[in-house]
Design a protein around this ligand. Structure first.
Ligand code: SF4
Length: 177
């Protein structure tokens, strides 16, 4: 049997979920021995590849770039996992939803700035009107809440997925820290 192709993606999150992934410590070696990490902020691949078996997604969908990426990732992934509360509920990025994108940008880049106030329109991707959980944009197969999910939990879920099974996370997970 060929080794599963694994990816991790960082959308609108703080990277804390990826830090928790790294907290698996020596269990990272076990994952590396059983699966190929084909795309991640932790490796050098620039383009999300086709035929990925499992993708863990950290963060909410907050920008046009996030939206374009997650649609392509869904098309190229067999099992998509929402990793952490930002992916599952929009959590911290969603705190701006009641404000609206335009007033938020005005507050951040005009009102609170004394030198060269200007809303960026190059390099920084355009904000969507609201920040959405991943499953509001594409179909999600496994939800892994927590802020962040613990390393033990991430390993337990990866262990099942790499073995070709869909993990039952009910009773294992909770929201928040
Ligand atoms: S769920 Fe928590 S740790 Fe993960 S990206 Fe969001 S704020 Fe950071």
């Amino acid at each position: 049997m060929s080794r599963p192709r694994l990816a991790t993606v960082w959308l609108d999150g703080c990277s804390g979920c990826h830090m928790s992934l790294l907290d698996m410590d020596e269990r990272l070696l076990d994952v590396a021995a059983r699966a190929d990490l084909v795309y991640s902020p932790l490796v050098d691949a620039k383009e999300f590849p086709p035929d990925v078996d499992v993708t863990l997604v950290e963060g909410a969908v907050s920008t046009e770039d996030d939206e374009r990426r997650i649609v392509q990732i869904r098309e190229r992934t067999r099992i998509l996992v929402s990793l952490g509360d930002c992916a599952v509920t929009s959590n911290v990025p969603g705190m701006r939803n009641a404000i609206g994108a335009a007033p938020l940008l005005t507050r951040a880049y005009i009102d609170n700035v004394t030198i060269n106030p200007r809303i960026p329109n190059v390099v920084v991707p355009a904000l969507l009107p609201t920040s959405r959980p991943v499953h509001r944009v594409v179909t999600v197969d496994v939800f892994l809440p927590g802020c962040p999910p613990s390393a033990d939990l991430i390993y337990a879920v990866l262990d099942e997925l790499i073995a070709g099974r869909i993990p039952d996370t009910s009773g294992l997970t909770h929201f928040g820290a």
